[in-house]
Design a protein around this ligand. Structure first.
Ligand code: LLP
Length: 426
């Protein structure tokens, strides 16, 4: 669900035609809808309200400080995975006691920064990391809070292998079988209060069933730990709720909550949720201008001014984003957002960028209306893992990020210049 729609043949973000925005700001550009962000955050908050969860928006999916401010104003905390993300959360005015810090490779510097900030919990991923955290907290004469990240060995077969995290064979967390041992040996530490469990089973997870399996296993673990005298107070169920790359592809927040809330009701646990994509994905589009159209053998290439440097998901994961001209020809119908939709007069095309790599594509074998130089193309569902994964490869300055709010917009990250790219080298 989002607030991007066609009106009189023009794509609008809320009350603004996107073509009017890029006429001033240029392409490529990321355009986000504030109303969509707010909608998804509040849907999750109200679906899970009975549990009074701490929602820690996962910064990695869309990290702009101005986006974080919008979510902070709605009451969101943050899930961070680096010192840099912690700095963003704090720069956005995030409350330290609503910040959780996950990641398998936390450095001493990052740990110290998070201790100094007074975050809610470290999501600890190994015995060695725990020992290091204890040492650093001890040196600072303080006691910190930690959750053990356990790996419940559950996954959704629809999740790309690169983003599966809940299986035993991944680098994340400790196997659920090892968790008891972990608590027995480290659970009474004087510098780290270990009274919580964290899971994150992957991203995206297209049904609630993997959550049900993982939470059920985790609750059994919590029961056993409590029986052994470890008073577990908090359960962080991670992120991974899906988003609509196509119309209606993902379950609603209410559907996830409908299956998850009954499991957690009355368990005496403070619940944390770390949604990223389900809030940010449908909030953003990437706008790009057609530069050239050419043939290569039997293939038709539409070459645009965005590239894998702006949106790497198609090249990296084989991800499919719905894309379509932002300006329709007279008589053309607005498309349903379905990959297999074939508009009248469609041509099979590859949408590619200008980077010197054959993997530089935004879509392959897509049936789209004929396009020509100067046309504006919208890549939908690009809010999550879009701009944040962009790079300057081929010395391409990164695109601007623009936030639309009703009939107004703000550039929340200006377009980079050549100077921005080169300056650190001079
Ligand atoms: N919590 C933890 C510990 C995570 O590792 C992640 C994502 C999240 C929460 C948020 O997951 P979400 O709700 O956004 O699905 N670049 C990939 C996705 C990588 C996800 C990494 N971890 C992609 O473009 O699909």
């Amino acid at each position: 669900m989002d607030f991007f729609s066609y009106r009189n043949g023009r794509l609008y973000c809320e009350e603004l035609a996107v073509a009017d925005i890029v006429a001033r700001e240029g392409t490529p550009a990321y355009v986000y809808s504030k109303a969509t962000l707010v909608h998804h955050y509040t849907s999750i908050a109200s679906a899970f309200a009975e549990l009074k969860p701490t929602i820690c928006y996962s910064i990695k999916s869309l990290a702009n400080v101005n986006i974080l401010r919008v979510l902070r104003d709605l009451g969101s905390g943050f899930d961070v995975t680096s010192g840099g993300e912690l700095a963003r959360a704090l720069a956005a005015g995030g409350q330290a006691d609503k910040i959780v810090f996950a990641g398998v490779g936390k450095t001493d510097r990052e740990i110290c920064e998070a201790i100094d900030a007074g975050i809610m919990a470290f999501n600890v991923e190994s015995e060695e990391e725990f020992a290091n955290l204890s040492r650093l907290a001890g040196q600072k004469g303080t006691r910190v809070h930690a959750a053990l990240r356990v790996n419940p060995d559950v996954y959704d077969p629809k999740t790309h292998t690169y983003t599966v995290t809940g299986k035993k064979e991944t680098k994340f967390g400790v196997d659920i079988e090892r968790a008891m041992k972990f608590f027995q040996t480290l659970g009474k530490d004087k510098n780290v209060l270990l009274d919580a469990i964290h899971i994150h089973i992957g991203s995206p997870i297209y049904s609630s069933q993997p959550y049900v399996q993982a939470i059920t296993k985790t609750l059994e673990l919590i029961d056993r730990l409590r029986e052994m005298g470890f008073p577990i107070e908090m359960l962080d169920i991670g992120g991974g709720f899906a988003a609509d790359y196509e119309e209606g592809a993902s379950p609603s927040a209410l559907q996830y909550a409908g299956d998850i809330v009954p499991l957690l009701r009355g368990k005496g646990l403070r619940i944390v949720i770390e949604p990223g994509r389900s809030i940010s994905c449908n909030s953003g589009v990437l706008l790009s201008e057609v530069q050239y159209v050419k043939k290569g053998g039997d293939r038709n290439f539409v070459i645009v001014d965005a590239a894998m440097t702006d949106l790497i998901r198609p090249a990296f994961y084989g991800a499919k984003h719905f894309l379509y001209p932002a300006q329709l020809e007279p008589g053309q119908e607005p498309p349903p957002r379905k990959m297999e939709y074939v508009p009248p007069g469609a041509v099979k095309v590859d949408i590619v960028g200008g980077v010197c790599e054959s993997s530089d594509f935004l879509a392959k074998d897509r049936m789209l209306p004929p396009m020509k130089r100067g046309d504006l193309l919208a890549v939908f569902s690009a809010g999550a893992y879009g701009f944040v994964m962009s790079s300057q490869y081929n010395t391409r300055p990164r695109a601007p990020e623009i936030l639309v709010d009703g009939s107004g917009y703000r550039v929340i990250r200006r377009r980079e210049t050549y100077q921005d790219v080169i300056a650190p080298e001079l």
